[in-house]
Design a protein around this ligand. Structure first.
Ligand code: SAM
Length: 345
């Protein structure tokens, strides 16, 4: 919890006019999440209400051309990896066409997508053909009734089939993201580890964050990543893997079994000091932090004819204004209005 005392405001000096996208604490933003839609075909209880949210009208969503222009600009500004997200990215019509445009604009980019996997059986091949490198699939339970309880969709079998299709299409290595909620799927973490060993996909356990549209998050339901690791290590001993570019702390199985474990302890062990992430929402707002209360509109200026250098100045200023850390553990924490699905998690 060192961040409680070490939170600092960004400097008021102007951002640099060239070089990488840097903030006033010296962090470089080179990992971009691009949300291609705010819509989702799941209704995960920890993200949005059963009835869904008021979706953005189509004209407010960035077009393929606008998205590709921004991708090219961010790559020019030093972004090295892009994750396509949403909402649920696979519900955006003609997604493989957009992926092909992204690939053509940035042939060497690390281009991945995070998805709930339910449409992958149909889309894995076209996405791989269009140039997508790999996928992360969200999967919160391996038990049908609990999967349905958490996502409000009886779709476990289709998601598992989607994961198999992604593997067959070569969208590998596949990572599995699992949000762990106390009193719900916490009991499954060892089963997930066993599944990882059987299938070879790394499971990343994510702490439940205050990013739900209903603002019903409770700290008591956060399962600390340390507790998850202890439970797994007691059954399948784990060995830490050296630091990588990811926020997840990674482990392999000590007995050499395939697969692996990662934990993303955003609440109990924030990694803000090394955060290199940046986000664009589906309607073209840049967000330097998941928990930012401010964001910078790029769509308005783009549609008003802004040049690339004008957009670049807006992006640099937003990154420059990034706080030293999120404030979840601070008494004055204010939850962002947007849910994870509306931000592009
Ligand atoms: N629909 C896509 C998917 O399922 O991967 C992409 C968007 S979804 C918002 C991205 C990730 O955010 C998912 O893994 C989801 O489980 C996670 N997520 C949503 N709300 C969350 C919350 N309150 N705390 C932690 N993770 C959350």
């Amino acid at each position: 919890m060192t961040l409680v005392t070490s939170l600092r405001q960004p400097s008021s000096s102007p951002p640099p006019a060239e070089g990488p996208l840097v903030d006033t604490f010296g962090r470089v933003a080179d990992d971009l999440r691009i949300s291609v839609t705010d819509r989702c075909n799941f209704r995960c209880t920890y993200c949005m209400p059963a009835e869904g949210l008021a979706w953005l009208p189509k004209e407010q969503i960035l077009t393929f051309e606008e998205l590709t222009r921004l991708l090219g600009l961010f790559v020019k500004l030093g972004v090295r990896s892009v994750k396509v997200t949403g909402g649920e990215p696979t519900v955006r019509a003609d997604l493989p066409v957009l992926i092909r445009m992204f690939r053509d604009a940035a042939p060497d980019l690390d281009l991945s997508m995070t998805t709930n996997g339910v449409l992958l059986e149909r889309l894995a091949d076209p996405l791989a053909d269009a140039g997508l490198d790999r996928v992360t699939v969200s999967l919160d339970s391996l038990v049908r009734h609990r999967f349905e309880e958490m996502t409000r969709r009886d779709a476990l079998e289709r998601v598992l089939a989607g994961i198999r299709a992604a593997e067959a299409a070569g969208l590998v290595p596949i990572k599995i993201n699992c949000v762990v909620i106390g009193g719900t799927n916490e009991t499954e973490v060892v089963d997930f580890a066993e599944w990882s060993r059987q299938h070879g996909h790394t499971i990343r356990f994510i702490e439940y964050m205050p990013l739900d549209a209903q603002h019903a998050w409770e700290r008591e339901k956060v399962v600390p990543s340390g507790r998850i690791l202890e439970a797994i290590d007691a059954v399948f001993p784990l060995v830490p893997v050296g630091p990588d570019q990811e926020p997840a702390t990674s482990y392999r199985f000590a007995d050499g079994a395939p697969g692996g474990i990662g934990v993303i302890g955003s609440v109990t062990e924030p990694f803000c000091d090394t955060c290199n992430r940046l986000r664009i929402t589906a309607e073209g707002e840049v967000r330097a932090c998941l928990f930012a209360l401010d964001e910078t509109d790029l769509r308005g200026p783009m549609r008003a004819g802004a040049s690339d250098s004008e957009l670049e100045a807006l992006i640099r200023a937003d990154v420059w204004g990034k706080w030293s850390g999120h404030r979840i553990n601070h008494p004055d924490f204010v939850q962002p209005e947007r849910s994870m699905s509306a931000i592009g998690g």
